[in-house]
Write a protein of this length. Structure first.
Lengths: 179, 183
């Protein structure tokens, strides 16, 4: 068993091809499992790449062997995952409702200014209360675009926020019946 | 052809999440949680952080998993999430103080072990990730590339450099000098 690495100081040869030893993974596996084949052990002692691999793998395993590795149990992880999922949905809903608040903060002063500007205009003599006629005549040009885009933005925020709240309500914080 | 999630699946994706019932999750968790936590612990060196990242890993898996993933893909996907979370953690620079990891029972030859630990701590998180995945988890370069988000061709050179650095640090002369400088 011969190492393929001609130049141990460099990972690649002059032609740019990788020159590591092809038995590195076998050596790492042998260190992990403790099973060394008759050919692999002498190879690992002579091959620079494989001896490095053996030293590093041994150090990693030695370090990890004495670390207390006790993950939380599965039911706890399941409930915690559900709780975090709900929290995430609530945050997304909150984002849309905050956006709605921002839209309101922009449109409320704009509406007040618009009302103040149009309040001073005298009503026509032949005026009759008509919702459609009033708004059609008042909301013209930029005001119309502004009002429609505001209404659409508000509708979008309310819809998206509500959908996330519905999703949150449909993800119960309890163990599943199949448990 | 890769599927792209539409607005409907983004909004109503909860149905997919709940399709994985608790029993199935338990099987997956029992099979994968211990090695992933060991990986997280090895890189971040803090049990509390490792537990938090482990929990977040499974939470994200439940939220964003694809139903057509096999066992190997699921494993790589979980490692990918864990690696991304580790990188976020490193970028946020919240871990300025790194306390010792609690030991398991009585340890013979404590000085030598602490020496190995302090040596491994000198490696960068990315180097510790690569070494762990390659030599402890036994992943091949393709799997490591999937788990870390790096290109498979880059893995070879990065792994070589990390191994060379670790071997240099672990060499008896370097370790003795490092301990002396630390003292």
């Amino acid at each position: 068993m011969k190492p393929r690495n001609a130049n141990p100081g460099s990972p690649a040869t002059a032609s740019g091809r990788w020159a590591g030893c092809e038995h590195e993974s076998d050596v790492a596996r042998a260190v992990r499992t403790g099973f060394w084949s008759a050919a692999l052990q002498p190879h690992a002692e002579t091959c620079p790449s494989c001896s490095e691999t053996r030293a590093v793998t041994s150090a990693l395993l030695e370090d990890s062997a004495h670390i207390a590795n006790h993950p939380p149990d599965a039911p706890h992880a399941w409930l915690e995952a559900r709780r975090r999922a709900r929290l995430r949905l609530r945050r997304r809903a909150l984002f849309w409702f905050r956006a709605l608040r921002a839209v309101t903060c922009i449109y409320l002063p704009a509406l007040l200014i618009w009302v103040l500007v149009h309040r001073t205009e005298p009503a026509p003599v032949a005026w009759k209360p008509s919702f459609h006629a009033d708004f059609a005549s008042l909301l013209t040009g930029p005001a119309e675009t502004f009002a429609i885009s505001g209404a659409l933005l508000a509708a979008l925020c309310i819809t998206m926020g509500s959908l996330y709240l519905v999703r949150e309500a449909h993800s119960p914080l309890e163990h599943s019946p199949t448990r | 052809m890769e599927r792209t999630p539409g607005i409907v699946s983004l909004v109503f994706g909860q149905a997919q999440t709940s399709a994985l019932d608790e029993a199935t999750f338990r099987v997956l968790y029992d099979a994968t949680s211990q090695p992933i936590r060991a990986y997280l612990l090895h890189v971040c060196r803090r049990p509390d952080v490792a537990d938090d990242l482990l929990q977040e890993t499974y939470c994200r898996y439940l939220l964003h998993r694809r139903t057509d993933m096999d066992e190997s893909e699921t494993r790589s996907y979980l490692y990918r999430i864990a690696t991304n979370l580790l990188h976020d953690r490193v970028r946020s620079r919240v871990d300025t103080m790194v306390p010792e990891i609690p030991e398991r029972g009585h340890i013979p030859n404590v000085e030598a072990r602490l020496d190995v630990r302090s040596t491994l701590r000198q490696l960068k998180p990315r180097e510790r990730e690569l070494l762990w995945l390659a030599y402890v988890e036994g992943m091949d370069h393709e799997e490591i590339a999937t788990a870390t988000g790096l290109r498979p061709l880059s893995i070879r050179i990065l792994l070589f450099r990390a191994r060379r650095k670790a071997a240099h640090l672990l060499a008896p002369g370097t370790r003795a000098r490092g301990s002396h400088e630390a003292a």
